[in-house]
Design a protein around this ligand. Structure first.
Ligand code: PRP
Ligand code: MN
Ligand code: MG
Length: 182
């Protein structure tokens, strides 16, 4: 048993498990894109860790850009109505784009983002996500690269937050209910 944050009930994925899977994803991506390296598009803020680690495992001359988006609506769940907080610097016309996410939960953020980027005339738009929750399958998103399918638990760490906390935990853990009901 590993030491972990007092608000974390259990560790779902250790640093080592994440690192091993990210290395595999990097090799798969390098193979898939060997003829034409992609622009990696990281979705701030959650994807910061996965983009940083994955990029170092893709043995191709890739470049990176970032988008920040925000869902309107009152609840904790995304409404699917999304606003751009920070847009890409790059022009993606004719480019191969690989969106990198930390997690797909309802899939609403990503559905919107895919449509938005497709409208800019890229050569392709594909998805890499470290984590995917069960509800994501209800939305029609074609995920080419997925790290782990995980149960429907509230997870934090390795970029994932609750109220901006826990992003810097090096593992992915299940948050104790007491940490989000108070
Ligand atoms: C989280 C997560 C994904 C999105 C997934 O981001 O990083 O981007 O929610 O949810 P969905 O599939 O239900 O749309 P969040 O909006 O919390 O912003 P953050 O990345 O800054 O934490
Ligand atoms: Mn996010
Ligand atoms: Mg968040």
């Amino acid at each position: 048993s590993q030491d972990h944050h007092p608000d974390v009930q259990s560790i779902l994925l250790t640093e080592q498990q994440i690192a091993d899977r990210v290395a595999e994803l990097g090799r798969e991506i390098a193979e898939a894109y060997q003829d034409e390296p992609p622009l990696l598009v990281g979705v701030l803020k959650g994807a910061v860790m996965i983009v940083a680690d994955l990029a170092r495992r893709i043995d191709l001359p890739i470049d990176m850009d970032w988008m920040a988006v925000s869902s309107y609506g009152s609840g904790t769940k995304s409404s699917g109505v999304v606003r751009i907080i920070k847009d890409l610097n790059a022009d993606i016309t004719g480019r191969r784009v690989l969106i990198v996410e930390d997690i797909i939960d309802s899939g609403l953020t990503l559905s919107w983002l895919i449509a938005n980027l497709r409208s800019r005339g890229p050569k392709s738009v594909e998805i890499c996500t470290l984590l995917r929750k069960p509800d994501a399958v209800k939305v029609d998103i074609d995920v080419r690269f997925c790290g782990f399918d995980i149960p429907n638990e509230f997870v934090v760490g390795y970029g994932l937050d609750h109220a901006e906390q826990y992003r810097n935990l090096p593992y992915i853990g299940v948050l104790k209910p007491s940490a989000y009901t108070d």
